[in-house]
Design a protein around this ligand. Structure first.
Ligand SMILES: *[C@@H]1O[C@H](CO)[C@@H](O)[C@H](O)[C@H]1NC(C)=O
Ligand SMILES: *[C@@H]1O[C@H](CO)[C@@H](O)[C@H](O)[C@H]1NC(C)=O
Ligand SMILES: *[C@@H]1O[C@H](CO)[C@@H](O)[C@H](O)[C@H]1NC(C)=O
Ligand SMILES: *[C@@H]1O[C@H](CO)[C@@H](O)[C@H](O)[C@H]1NC(C)=O
Ligand SMILES: *[C@@H]1O[C@H](CO)[C@@H](O)[C@H](O)[C@H]1NC(C)=O
Ligand SMILES: [Ca+2]
Length: 365
């Protein structure tokens, strides 16, 4: 016989959740790495798969904008409204704090009025493309848990690509293409996330949903739809996370799809709101972004339930005698069997796959 003795508040909460068979609607389960239990042999530890909570990842990133001098205000510049070339009261001056639009303003607390935003210089060199890369780096592997949302203060771009890296920026893969005309811009057929199935979930699509015509006047966001992709396994409203966790456990490609170390927004063509660009007033064309949302959790291979930000860097607080920034290996003297990630299965506690001391025979669990 075996019954858990609850020793910490966190364990208590987890215990309550389990007895109620209540599986939370979103990620955020697997919050305990170990708990003490009484068995016939007395008090021992029970180890479980665990992961840190999802959080606002924009607090921990480094941002770079390329080319470096593309941010407006040096020299100062005056912009006109896209929809009205006679309305020219948007000033940018890097030397004046009230009129400067540096990259940090994409990640500050939004909710005050007026909004704060980063802005590029205008499309002075038309018809040469106005190209800007916004690169966000964590120097840590992260698992995305919610949609990436980019909110434009200007019109939404007519062409843009969201890219990701899994190797600290050495190589990049597209996540999604965005255009007013996918065929023309990227020779891809236009799709929406609703066209995806479990089978095609990892397909990289081009969507016209976020850049068509003047729609931007009412909706200024461009999304990468993580939750709709989760829903292909977990059902609408993500009520069946067990099914998603099961899939993530067994399908490396799927797990890697939602894992990143860096993100890049490639802005390729600004909003023009028309088929013809007004060459007499290029001050109407530029990019401005007020907010970027990235929600995720540190990837700790199910061996840590917390992740700390120290010396400008995120790292997992590894349990189960694992170590490394992602708990990706066994501690010295705990190499009694090969390292392995924890497993979400069986639901709800998973399997810890702890590292075991050297020179001890096979031990279960
Ligand atoms: C943006 O990044 C891509 C690679 O992701 C690179 O090919 C391109 O030259 C960069 N553009 C700028 C303006 O830095
Ligand atoms: C940025 O610098 C490059 C060369 O360093 C220059 O050619 C370019 O015109 C500059 N762009 C802007 C917007 O000032
Ligand atoms: C990234 O993190 C590693 C430690 O994991 C550190 O040695 C390296 O300097 C960091 N790189 C940057 C660019 O911060
Ligand atoms: C064009 O741009 C300039 C600023 O560059 C502005 O003063 C002018 O009013 C704009 N509109 C028209 C219709 O020329
Ligand atoms: C890890 O090692 C410590 C001793 O260093 C031991 O007390 C602990 O039980 C071990 N934990 C696991 C999960 O094996
Ligand atoms: Ca802002």
């Amino acid at each position: 016989m075996r019954f858990p003795v609850v020793l910490t508040l966190q364990a208590l909460w987890a215990g309550v959740c389990h007895t109620m068979q209540h599986y939370p609607a979103a990620w955020g389960h697997y919050d305990v790495c170990k708990s003490q239990v009484y068995t016939d042999d007395g008090l021992t530890w029970d180890y479980m798969a665990c992961q840190p909570e999802a959080m606002d990842m924009t607090k921990y990133l480094k941002v770079s904008v390329d080319p470096p001098n593309i941010t407006c205000g040096d020299p100062p510049e005056t912009y006109c409204a896209l929809e009205n070339p006679y309305m020219c009261n948007n000033e940018c001056d890097a030397q004046n704090e009230d009129l400067a639009h540096p990259p940090e303003l994409m990640f500050d607390f939004e909710g005050r009025n007026p909004t704060t935003f980063w802005q590029s210089s205008s499309w002075k060199k038309y018809p040469k493309p106005l190209l800007v890369n916004i690169t966000m780096s964590w120097n840590k592997t992260i698992e995305l848990t919610d949609d990436i949302v980019v909110t434009f203060e200007s019109g939404r771009p007519e062409q843009m690509v969201l890219e990701k890296s899994l190797d600290y920026g050495k190589t990049w893969q597209p996540y999604q293409f965005y255009a007013t005309d996918c065929l023309d811009a990227f020779t891809m057929d236009a799709k929406t996330v609703q066209d995806l199935t479990q089978h095609t979930l990892l397909d990289i699509i081009c969507t016209e949903d976020y850049s068509r015509g003047y729609v931007w006047k009412y909706d200024k966001t461009v999304r990468f739809e993580i939750k709709d992709r989760f829903a292909l396994f977990a059902g609408p409203r993500l009520h069946n996370m067990a099914s998603l966790y099961g899939q993530l456990d067994t399908t490396k490609n799927l797990r890697d799809f939602f894992t990143i170390t860096d993100l890049r927004v490639r802005l390729l063509r600004p909003a023009t709101g028309a088929t013809m660009v007004d060459e007499n007033n290029l001050s109407r064309y530029f990019y401005a972004i007020s907010d970027i949302k990235v929600q995720g959790r540190c990837k700790c291979n199910l061996h840590a339930n917390s992740c700390v930000f120290e010396k400008e860097k995120l790292s997992c607080e590894c349990e189960h005698n694992t170590t490394g920034p992602d708990c990706g290996r066994c501690k010295r003297n705990y190499q009694g069997r090969a390292w392995s990630a924890g497993s979400y299965l069986p639901i709800p506690k998973g399997t810890a796959n702890t590292c075991i001391p050297n020179n001890i025979g096979p031990v279960s669990k």
